[in-house]
Design a protein around this ligand. Structure first.
Ligand code: DX5
Ligand code: ZN
Length: 222
């Protein structure tokens, strides 16, 4: 499995957003994680399609992984695809027909992924394994950056990895130099880190350090 490290733009300094997008790209991270929040689904608001378009303008070659924390993501697929989203991550807890919405994402030329909240049992994913190449296991309750990693979510990763050896399994929330190796040992191969990476003076060194720590865990390749 290919390892990926994804800085989350939610933790950037919004006073210099374009520079922060470039800083994340220059860190040699694999992709940018862009959190879209709708207060009908999480207790917060964040960005809309214009910020995704800004990322494309500022760093066209930096892959845009867009996490839709929305009650009705199915109503917003077209504007996010048009703005340059390359993956759209859809919560299984959203109020839409997930099979149909995944299909529509594919028709728009975008890669679909499924997201699972901490309180949602992993077994609910059984009918979808094989339908997507990527599953995001939330390791905090979505809505805010800077929260504590919920280690109780780790068995979900192992459950998925046992059933789907080739699946990309991502974690999001509370990722740092200690928790990311724990998730790698459980079987994850893609790692979001927001506040941990954006607070670094040298983000490139921190990304390299995370890669080294992950590669020391036997399950994934860097
Ligand atoms: C949480 C978001 C995360 C968040 C992670 O609702 O989905 O992507 O930015 O931030 P950290 O890494 O600070 O927990
Ligand atoms: Zn996220």
């Amino acid at each position: 499995m290919k390892t990926q490290i994804l800085p989350s733009l939610l933790a950037a300094d919004y006073g210099s957003l374009a520079d922060e997008i470039r800083r994340a790209e220059d860190s040699l991270a694999d992709a940018l994680h862009i959190d879209i929040m709708d207060p009908g689904f999480v207790p917060n608001l964040s960005f809309g399609p214009d910020v995704v378009a800004l990322c494309r303008k500022v760093a066209p070659g930096f892959y845009r992984n867009v996490h839709l924390m929305m009650r009705r993501p199915d109503l917003y697929l077209e504007p996010f695809a048009a703005a340059g989203a390359q993956t759209l991550q859809l919560h299984i807890e959203a109020d839409c027909d997930l099979h149909r919405t995944l299909k529509r994402v594919r028709e728009l030329g975008v890669k679909p992924a499924i997201v699972l909240n901490p309180e949602t049992p992993v077994e609910i994913l059984r009918p979808y394994i094989g339908e997507v190449q990527e599953i995001l296991v939330m390791t905090v309750h979505p809505g805010y950056g800077g929260q504590k990693f919920i280690a109780d979510c780790l068995p979900k990763i192992s459950w998925l990895r046992e059933r789907a050896p080739d699946l990309d399994i991502m974690i999001d929330g509370g990722g740092n130099e200690t928790t990311i190796p724990q998730a790698a040992r459980a079987g994850a191969n893609q790692f979001v880190a927001g506040s941990y990476l954006f607070r670094q003076n040298d983000m490139r060194a921190a990304v390299a350090d995370l890669r080294a720590r992950i590669s020391a865990c036997a399950r994934t390749e860097v």
